[in-house]
Design a protein around this ligand. Structure first.
Ligand code: LRH
Ligand code: MN
Length: 436
């Protein structure tokens, strides 16, 4: 395999040299400010260094819409090149050592070779994702009218077998979780029998659940619409929660931020799932209207903070069964996917550290004294604290870049990849030609 350009540690060290002076000044200034609030900046820096979020293999290729996809230069053409790009993100931001794969888009010819390629770059594999929302070439039964809930048993059996195959591949890759999102639903009133469709879903999911190794978890991902435009079988957290309860202790509810109607109080759904011990974790992204899959924190940063406020409250109170898996699930139609995924990972660490800045005693007091504005301003004080120096120092101490954005651009990585990865005319990278 021809030499592949990689950003090396000496380049990152040189880039950090340019930025060190300002970051140390800002860090010292913030440390003084936080000391007045009896907060030790070093505790927050350690929290930032511990934060982990998985990147989606399908996120490093350029996404599109049903209208068009505008390929970028140096697009990854296979799972190995996708992992190269994931490794570059990890090298610069240090909080993304895990990659979430989608099958069959990333189906490896030899799982061991893929696992070794990943671990040689410090990467491991997070939750697996099945795909019964597209028909594959040569597939016996179409998923046009559904998969795990299809009226015809042979179609459901085919979909169950595919999910079990994903779990088998995941076992060889070291994954410990399996995410099931299905687009099953109807476009017209009367098309589906709502109760029977859900019964068929549970029947199929029980077969998949039984194939899970003891130390695995199953993540049920709900979505209020699309690709079905009238009814969706697993449309909201309530239905997901009922199914997770029905299936058993290894089943949990995954919250994709874009899978809710505009203005739904997602942080409250998170608090419920935490309280019920069924929070699987997240597909982080942002949106203004539908499942827009925009960069995390780019549209509603305060909502992202409020979600992490619930997560940190649970973490500090050692809530039972609280072990959320954090993943990004985005589509990058007009940006360099590596830049978007880096910046999104940074936004998650920012929200997490700010949530750790909340004065929880003051908040509890305000809540118990029915003092709404004191409660809100206690949250806002944390949300409006610029923790960028902490995030930068945490990255640097972990061997990453103080300023990953400029370091990446200065590296010319994308241009190098354009030379190494001549575009295959008309070939779309396996994944979502248009991100649903
Ligand atoms: C569905 C979804 C799901 C993935 C797909 C790529 O909208 O969020 O998580 O399987 O995107
Ligand atoms: Mn998702």
């Amino acid at each position: 395999m021809a030499a592949h350009f990689e950003i090396d540690d000496s380049f990152i060290a040189a880039e950090n040299q340019k930025a060190r002076k300002w970051v140390e000044e800002d860090y010292e200034h913030l440390a003084k400010k936080l000391r007045r609030q009896n907060v030790d900046i070093e505790d927050l820096c350690a929290k930032a260094q511990q934060f982990r979020v998985a990147v989606p293999s399908w996120g490093v290729g350029t996404g599109g819409t049903r209208f068009a996809r505008f390929p970028n230069i140096g697009e990854p053409r296979n799972i190995f090149e996708k992992l190269e790009d994931c490794a570059t993100i990890f090298k610069l931001v240090r909080s993304t050592p895990a990659v979430s794969l989608h099958i069959p888009w990333d189906k490896p010819d030899d799982p061991k070779t893929l696992r070794d390629f990943a671990s040689a770059r410090g990467l491991r594999f997070d939750a697996m994702n099945s795909n019964t929302f597209q028909d594959q070439p040569g597939q016996k039964h179409s998923y046009k009218f559904g998969s795990l809930t299809h009226p015809d048993k042979p179609v459901r059996d085919q979909a169950v077998a595919h999910n079990i195959e994903c779990i088998e591949i995941g076992k060889m890759l070291g994954s410990k979780a399996h995410t099931v999102w299905i687009g099953d639903g109807g476009n017209f009133p009367g098309q589906q029998h709502f109760r029977h469709a859900l019964e068929r879903y549970l029947e199929s999911m029980r077969d998949i659940y039984d194939a899970l190794p003891d130390d695995w978890r199953m993540f049920i991902e709900h979505k209020f619409y699309e690709p079905a435009f009238y009814s969706t079988v697993i449309n909201d957290w309530g239905t997901s929660y009922y199914c997770a309860r029905e299936l058993g202790p290894k089943a949990f509810c995954l919250v994709d931020l874009g899978h809710h109607a505009p203005n739904v109080n997602i942080e409250m759904i998170v608090a419920r799932l935490i309280q019920f011990g069924k929070l699987a974790g997240f597909h982080f992204n942002d949106s203004k209207y539908g499942d827009d899959d925009l960069d995390s924190g780019s549209i509603k940063p305060f909502q992202l903070f409020l979600i992490f406020n619930e997560l940190v409250d649970a973490e500090l109170n050692k809530i039972a069964n609280f072990n959320p898996a954090y993943m990004l699930d985005q589509s990058h139609n007009v940006t360099d996917p590596i830049e978007s995924l880096m910046m999104s990972a940074v936004e998650l660490v920012r929200a997490y550290v700010q949530a750790h800045l909340v004065d929880r005693d003051a908040l509890t007091l305000a809540q118990n004294n029915c003092d709404p504005l004191l409660a809100l301003s206690t949250l806002k004080q944390a949300f409006t604290t610029d923790v960028a120096p902490i995030l930068a120092v945490a990255r640097e101490r972990a061997g990453g870049a103080i300023d990953p954005f400029s370091a990446y651009r200065h590296s010319g990585y994308r241009q190098h990849k354009a030379e190494e990865r001549p575009e295959i005319k008309g070939a779309a990278v396996s994944g979502l030609a248009c991100k649903l």
